[in-house]
Design a protein around this ligand. Structure first.
Ligand code: NAD
Length: 468
């Protein structure tokens, strides 16, 4: 087992990269430190009338840009160290994908399975109330989003609580990942998984890297294993499958399954919904230990559950040639070094799972603009395209079919624009990180991603007034 706590792990990666930057010790310490840490306890009444004390945190890591931004996690493993680590990762992630936010994270130490929906609602609303009281939430202050154990439902409760207590024209921008009807955005639910796919695709297109790991370029035909079939894991798998990759292993809470001939994702999800488990799914072999899929044979391993899954204990046994970090912090610092020595290509979390915050940024912009993307231009574009196609038909013998007309004269709606913005962001950010790796002659993308983040945040602090 690794001896480092999660926040220390993140800072080890930071320190490794910081050596390549021009900033002095003091400024680097300012970038690294968590600016504010709020620990709160509050009572909740259970359905049976009992009162229980709930423990939660909100950490704002860096105020170099405002608002700060970061998900809220519900898990029995949540603690201050984890929330600080995740908040720090958010600052670096936002900088890497040029999203103008500081990093933050929230967490409540509960296992969602132990509470009813109405209890979860009371916990979420009370937590939000505590954040409002201390100024830890607001469209220009700190904007939460979903993370492990939370989703659109919880974000909806947060917005409603905020709106009841605040007269704020921009209230809908106080939280992202909301239901569409409450100011959410099309494409947010799948955004992190979609971004994971775009990032893997970029990495798999680099011939030199693929040669290094002994694989052909492209996603098509590659085998992959996923750990965690939740929001991120499911969507990442879905887009990988659509691109022609083959899912051959899954690790979930209840155990690991494997089938080298391929696993049908949708059928597996339906099976798990029905039986409560992935174990026993058609034609799959159940592996001995719960996490054994992490060390099974495949091209790409996608950890999409929790931090510290690939550690000094199992890194030597990992057989994947590429590790695509969909979860936050799935690889410990010592495991990272061991994998590098083995020649594994690691696509780091700070870049790869940034799709969620990218689309959250689009949602926040939509909410402060009070207008849906494409609303002003979709029909205008369609009419213009149709006129151009008519001219082409008139000056040539070519007659477009109904289907062609629909495709060619399609005006971009909200989903199209969000998806295109996400794809553009993931491609550009990959390029930036790959360029830094080359410039500094580094052997890994994680250090390059950290250098990129530190350089961008450092410039902000250099120009910031330090008050006496
Ligand atoms: P989720 O709650 O939707 O899903 C997590 C899944 O992992 C669940 O199915 C759970 O049963 C499974 N799991 C838990 N422990 C496991 C274990 N030991 N082995 C195998 N499976 C296990 O959470 P999510 O939103 O998909 O988040 C997953 C990871 O992605 C987290 O690290 C989170 O911080 C990160 N992330 C999420 C988002 C987002 O937009 N949701 C954005 C960026 C990063």
């Amino acid at each position: 087992m690794s001896t480092y706590k999660f926040y220390e792990q993140v800072n080890k990666n930071f320190d490794k990269a910081a050596k390549y930057t021009r900033f002095d010790k003091g400024l680097l310490a300012q970038i690294k430190i968590c600016n504010t840490v709020y620990h709160v306890t509050f009572p909740v009444r259970r359905d049976n009338g009992d009162i229980e004390v709930i423990e939660g945190w909100r950490v704002e890591h860096s105020h170099h840009k405002l608002p700060t931004k970061g998900g809220i996690r519900y898990s029995h493993k949540v603690d201050e160290d984890e929330t600080m680590a995740l908040a720090s990762l958010m600052s670096y992630k936002c900088a890497i994908v040029d999203v103008p936010f500081g990093g933050a994270k929230g967490g409540i130490k509960i296992s969602t399975r132990d509470y009813t929906e109405s209890e979860l609602e009371r916990i979420t609303r009370r937590y939000t109330y505590e954040l409002i009281k201390k100024g830890f939430i607001g469209p220009g202050v700190d904007v939460p989003a979903p993370d492990y154990g939370t989703g659109a439902r919880e974000m909806g409760w947060i917005l409603d609580t905020y709106r009841q207590m605040k007269d704020d024209l921009n209230a809908e921008a106080c939280v992202t990942g909301k239901p569409i009807q409450m100011g959410g955005i099309r494409g947010r639910t799948e955004a992190t998984g979609r971004g994971v796919y775009f990032g893997i695709r970029e990495a798999c297109n680099v011939k030199k890297d693929m040669d290094m790991v002994g694989l052909d370029t492209g996603v098509e035909g590659k085998t992959f294993i996923i750990q965690g079939l939740g929001n991120v894991g499911y969507h990442a798998s879905k887009y990988m499958e659509e691109a022609g990759a083959k899912l051959i292993g899954v690790a979930e809470y209840e155990g690991s399954i494997y089938d080298e001939n391929g696993i049908d994702l949708e059928k597996l999800v339906a099976f798990r919904k029905e039986t409560g488990s992935i174990i026993g799914f058609e034609n799959t072999t159940t592996l001995k230990k719960r996490d054994d899929a992490l060390i099974a044979e495949c091209d790409i391993l996608i950890p999409a559950a929790l931090e510290s899954q690939i550690t000094g204990d199992n890194a030597a046994d990992v057989k994947a040639k590429i590790i695509a970090e969909a979860a936050n912090g799935p690889t410990t610092a010592d495991a990272h070094e061991m994998l590098l020595e083995k020649g594994v290509l690691i696509i780091p979390d700070t870049y790869l799972n940034a799709g969620g915050v990218v689309v959250s940024y689009f949602e926040w912009l939509k909410d402060i603009q009070h207008v849906r993307y494409g609303r002003m231009s979709k029909r205008f574009d369609e009419t213009s395209f149709k006129k151009i196609l008519e001219v082409i038909e008139n000056i040539s013998d070519r007659k477009f079919t109904e289907e062609e007309l629909e495709n060619l004269a399609h005006g971009a709606g909200e989903y199209d624009l969000v998806d295109s913005g996400l794809e553009e962001t993931m491609i550009t950010a990959y390029q930036q990180v790959a360029d830094i790796r080359k410039e500094y002659k580094l052997d890994d993308l994680r250090t390059a991603a950290f250098i990129n983040a530190i350089n961008k945040i450092g410039i902000m602090y250099e120009h910031m007034g330090i008050f006496p």
